[in-house]
Design a protein around this ligand. Structure first.
Ligand SMILES: [Zn+2]
Ligand SMILES: [Zn+2]
Length: 386
C-alpha cells in the first residue's frame, strides 16, 4: 500500500486542490481585543469596509480598528474612514505580511495573507485566511521552538498539517476553522526565527499522514514517553490501530526523561484508600503500593480488573506522567517517574534525538505511528473523488 501511495503521490504531487489550501484561523481566540492597530510589515494591503474599497495600506500607514456600538470603527492617524460591520484586509501580492498590535499591549504579531474582522460583543473577531503552509510553519515554530534540526521540523510539519486538515470543522459554529490556542494548535504568528522551519515545511509540502483506509490520522504526540509509548485506549477511550505501544530508546537521556515526586507514607496510603478504595489493609496490596518497580509500562496499580489507573493517579497528584515506580524509605514514599505527557503516539524528544542522529522524517514517523502512509493531499482528493 505504501508503494501504491508513493506512486500516486509522484503523479499528483503538483495538483494540491484549492479546497485544502486556505485555512480560516481565529486569532486571539478567547481573548479577543476590543481595539487593535495594524500595519503592513511587508508589501501592501487593500482595506475594505462592508466590501467597499476604503484605502490602500502601505508600509508605515497605521490603521486603528475599534469595536464600538456593534460596529468596527476604522481610522488612520489623520483620517476617519467610518464604521462597518465587516472589515477586510487583502494582500496585494504573495508573501505580504501584516503586523497586529492589541491596544495596551506591547507584543506585535506578524501574519501572512488575508484578514477578516467583525464586531463580537464589544470585541473584534479577527480571522486570518491563511495559506496552509504559512500556517503550518507558524505552528511548527510555536510547537517545536527554533533550535531543532530541519528533519525534526519536517516531522512536526507533517503532524501539524494532518491535525489542521483533520480538525477543519472544530470552530465551524464560530465562523472559522481552527483557533490559535492550544485548544487546536498554538499559532503565535508567522515563522520567523529559523529558516529551517520554512524549508522543512516546504520540503514536505502537502504531505499528510493517513491510515490504511486513506483517512487522516489523529497524529497524537507528547513531550517524552519515558521509554515506552502507550496504546491510545490506555489513555483515551478509543483504540486506534496506528497508536500502538512500543519501546522507545531514543528519549531516555533527554530533558524530560526523568522526574521524582516525594510524599509521606501515611499521606500516600491514605490517598489510595480514601480516594480510590485501595485495600491497604491487605499485606500484599499494601506492599505493592509501597514497593513497585515495573520493567515496562503498566496501566494499573493493583489487579488488572479493579486496580487504580496510573492515568488517574497522574491527574490527582499532577504528575508529569503516568509511568513511574514506587520506592519507600522509612516514612518517605518516592515516585520515580519517566517521561512527560500522555505518552501516546510520537515522542517529541525521541523524534528530536532521531533527527539529530540523521534519521529522515518519514522513518521517524513510521517508527512512532504503526502502519501509516505518508501521502500528498491530492491523493486523498483523488480517492474521495473516485
Ligand atoms: Zn480551537
Ligand atoms: Zn520516547
Amino acid at each position: 500500500m505504501r508503494g501504491i501511495a508513493v506512486f500516486i503521490l509522484s503523479i499528483l504531487s503538483f495538483s494540491v486542490f484549492a479546497s485544502n489550501k486556505i485555512l480560516d484561523v481565529g486569532l486571539y481566540w478567547g481573548e479577543e481585543p476590543s481595539e487593535i492597530t495594524v500595519q503592513a510589515a511587508q508589501g501592501s494591503f487593500k482595506v475594505y469596509g462592508n466590501g467597499k474599497d476604503l484605502i490602500e495600506l502601505k508600509k508605515n500607514t497605521v490603521l486603528r480598528i475599534k469595536s464600538e456600538g456593534g460596529l468596527l470603527h476604522v481610522r488612520t492617524l489623520s483620517e476617519d474612514l467610518g464604521t462597518y460591520y465587516k472589515v477586510e484586509l487583502n494582500r496585494n501580492s504573495w508573501g505580504n505580511t501584516l503586523k497586529i498590535q492589541r491596544a495596551g499591549r506591547t507584543a506585535v504579531h506578524e501574519y501572512h495573507d488575508d484578514f477578516e474582522m467583525k464586531p463580537l460583543r464589544g470585541k473584534i473577531r479577527i480571522i486570518n485566511h491563511v495559506y496552509i503552509e504559512h500556517y503550518v510553519a507558524g505552528v511548527v515554530e510555536s510547537e517545536a521552538g527554533s533550535k531543532e534540526p530541519k528533519e525534526y521540523y519536517k516531522v512536526q510539519a507533517v503532524i501539524c498539517r494532518t491535525y489542521a486538515l483533520n480538525n477543519r470543522r472544530k470552530h465551524e459554529a464560530e465562523g472559522f476553522q481552527l483557533c490559535d490556542k492550544v485548544h487546536c494548535q498554538v499559532y503565535h504568528q508567522k515563522s520567523k526565527s529559523n529558516p529551517d522551519i520554512i524549508k522543512g515545511t516546504q520540503e514536505t509540502i502537502g504531505i499528510v499522514i493517513v491510515d490504511s483506509d486513506i483517512n487522516l490520522v489523529t497524529a497524537a504526540f507528547s513531550s517524552n514517553c519515558g521509554g515506552y509509548t502507550c496504546n491510545s485506549e490506555d489513555v483515551w477511550s478509543g483504540s486506534l490501530n496506528y497508536l500502538r505501544e512500543r519501546i522507545d530508546e531514543n528519549c531516555l537521556e533527554e530533558n524530560h526523561s526523568y522526574w521524582r515526586y516525594t510524599t509521606t507514607r501515611d499521606k500516600w496510603l491514605n490517598y489510595l484508600s480514601t480516594n480510590h478504595g485501595y485495600p491497604v489493609y491487605e499485606p500484599a496490596a499494601k506492599d505493592r503500593a509501597l514497593h513497585y518497580c515495573p520493567d515496562r509500562r503498566q496501566h494499573k496499580l493493583g489487579s488488572p480488573r479493579d486496580g487504580i489507573k496510573f492515568t488517574q493517579i497522574r491527574r490527582d497528584l499532577k504528575l508529569q506522567s503516568a509511568y513511574f515506580s514506587i520506592e519507600t524509605i522509612q516514612d518517605s514514599v518516592i515516585l520515580e517517574g519517566h517521561g512527560y505527557g500522555h505518552g501516546v503516539g510520537l515522542c517529541q524528544e525521541g523524534a528530536m534525538n532521531m533527527a539529530r542522529r540523521g534519521y529522515p522524517y518519514d522513518e521517524i514517523l513510521h517508527y512512532y505511528y504503526k502502519s501509516i502512509h505518508l501521502v500528498n493531499l491530492s491523493v486523498i482528493d483523488f480517492f474521495r473523488a473516485n
